[in-house]
Design a protein around this ligand. Structure first.
Ligand SMILES: *[C@@H]1O[C@H](CO)[C@@H](O)[C@H](O)[C@H]1NC(C)=O
Ligand SMILES: *[C@@H]1O[C@H](CO)[C@@H](O)[C@H](O)[C@H]1NC(C)=O
Ligand SMILES: *[C@@H]1O[C@H](CO)[C@@H](O)[C@H](O)[C@H]1NC(C)=O
Ligand SMILES: *[C@@H]1O[C@H](CO)[C@@H](O)[C@H](O)[C@H]1NC(C)=O
Ligand SMILES: *[C@@H]1O[C@H](CO)[C@@H](O)[C@H](O)[C@H]1NC(C)=O
Length: 454
């Protein structure tokens, strides 16, 4: 009896030993096939959009598109409880392990002020992921705890994702929005190896690949890309806006009183924009915009739309990569900028103006039928897409970018001439030359005037 038991025990031990050896010898292969398996391919689609043929949508196949619009739109069915938030899984969803990413000439900071939709935001990081790119998140303090936890987790799991510790109360009137971006700037100037800084908001979707973005900024070559439009009378005239009162320059010792007495000419523009690294360094080290931002923060509405625009337009400040307000003065037209695409639409114009026929707070919300628009516009990002309205457009845009990045597909070649001929880009390149004359009329058709909806 006894010997029978010990023999069984011996066999059990032997089996365990053999199994252990087999498992260990296979481990590298198991890991390898896991990294490259279809499931970990970054083109992973959610189950709600898995059946979509984004290629047919890109080809503007109207009869096919009809199936996914109107009451058939596909919203995100958020499934956060089952979303694996281990670093291993987060990295697997974002880092393209099965592809080699070529080095970028220009690394970019994506500085995004966020408050909701973690899954959407993680997807955005995946779409622009590159070891040379950096993601800076600033969280609205009103956000849900679960959202905050997930964003902070993302920051802990990826070396190039930074989440600012501080949180501020940010609202739709724009209070604290600029300050949030400024906090990202302060943190980012300490990091090496990036050249452009993009200011973003929660629901902006990037529509260009990492290589295309790098190329666009290489063409801009130090020029900032910022919206400059007329100020709408939002400015509080009872406050003073001269450089001295604003304590704008950190070191005033080399500046005369006439200069310090000059008043900023305020212009308005989108919160989103792109600043060269030199401009960001200047914003943090040469000037201190805090008093300027605080004065705006006292206002009631749209208080975040006068910062980068005004600094870009007041050429006498000497912000690197600046433009001027001469064109705005002369033509009354806003200066073209390509960082953000958006369409405004009020009341009865909705049906005519928005591709999706859906508008929120006066801004068109993009739907699946707009993939061809995204593919052909020169803009870096698109505002806005809402996962609760239409998630199909978000996943198909991700596939479009994936195909360009990893499969080398060129559905629409980058319009290099567009960027090279923007008035701010030509100005930046030549304005210090002796016989330079500013021409405010671009020699191309503005994206704003292109056919939309398609
Ligand atoms: C992406 O590439 C795949 C493979 O070539 C193709 O089937 C799909 O339609 C493409 N999608 C888009 C949006 O270009
Ligand atoms: C004051 O400084 C400005 C800018 O540097 C310069 O253009 C101007 O000539 C100076 N004025 C006087 C009175 O020194
Ligand atoms: C400063 O500029 C204002 C007009 O903007 C002018 O009235 C005032 O006299 C100037 N003060 C000085 C000290 O130059
Ligand atoms: C633009 O116009 C404003 C007032 O209309 C004027 O103060 C400013 O100097 C002008 N800017 C340029 C660059 O001519
Ligand atoms: C200003 O905009 C109007 C309307 O879009 C256009 O007709 C005009 O040519 C523009 N002027 C310049 C100088 O760009």
């Amino acid at each position: 009896m006894c010997s029978k038991y010990s023999r069984t025990f011996f066999f059990l031990l032997l089996t365990m030993l053999v199994c252990t050896i087999v498992i260990f010898s296979m481990a590298p292969r198991i890991t390898m096939s896991f990294w490259t398996s279809k499931e970990t391919n970054i083109l992973w689609r959610r189950k709600e959009t898995a059946h979509l043929d984004c290629g047919r949508i890109l080809a503007n196949d109207r009869s096919y598109i009809e199936k996914f619009i109107g009451e058939h739109r596909i919203p995100l069915s958020s499934n956060l409880e089952s979303l694996d938030m281990s670093c291993y899984s987060i990295q697997n969803r974002i880092i393209p392990f099965n592809f080699h990413l070529r080095p970028l000439k220009i690394g970019v900071v994506f500085a995004r002020v966020v408050y909701k939709d973690y899954e959407f935001l993680e997807k955005q990081v995946q779409m622009s992921y590159h070891p040379q790119n950096i993601f800076c998140f600033f969280i609205d303090s009103k956000s849900k705890d679960d959202f905050k936890w997930r964003i902070r987790r993302l920051g802990r799991c990826l070396p190039n994702v930074f989440v600012i510790d501080e949180e501020l109360r940010i609202d739709s009137a724009g209070h604290n929005m600029n300050l949030a971006h400024y906090k990202c700037m302060e943190k980012m100037v300490k990091l090496p190896d990036w050249d452009y800084f993009i200011l973003m908001q929660n629901h902006d979707v990037v529509g260009k690949s990492v290589y295309e973005i790098s190329r666009i900024f290489e063409i801009l070559d130090g020029a900032n890309d910022i919206d400059i439009d007329k100020e709408f009378g939002r400015i509080d005239e009872s406050l003073k806006w001269d450089l001295k009162t604003l304590r704008l320059f950190r070191d005033e010792s080399a500046l005369n009183s006439t200069y310090l007495n000059s008043t900023l000419r305020v212009s308005k523009g989108s919160v989103q924009g792109s600043l060269s690294r030199a401009a960001v360094e200047w914003m943090v080290k040469t000037v201190n915009p805090r008093v300027y931002l605080d004065q705006w923060n006292e206002g009631a509405y749209g208080v975040d739309e006068q910062w980068i625009s005004t600094f870009q337009a007041n050429d006498f400040l000497g912000m690197p990569g600046h433009f001027s307000d001469i064109c705005l003065n002369e033509t009354g037209n806003k200066t073209d900028f390509i960082t953000r695409w958006s369409k405004w639409s009020w009341s009865d114009e909705i049906a005519r103006k928005c591709g999706s026929k859906f508008v929120r707070h006066g801004v068109c919300i993009m739907g699946i039928e707009e993939l061809p628009v995204i593919a052909q516009m020169p803009n870096i990002m698109f505002n806005k897409m809402l996962p609760s309205f239409d998630y199909a457009i978000i996943d198909c845009t991700a596939e479009l970018i994936y195909n360009r990045t990893f499969l080398g597909q060129e559905d629409h070649p980058l319009e290099e001439e567009y960027y090279a001929n923007m008035v701010n880009v030509i100005y930046h390149k030549h304005h210090l030359e002796p016989n330079y004359e500013l021409n405010c009329t671009p020699g191309y058709e503005l994206w704003r005037n292109r056919k939309y909806p398609l």
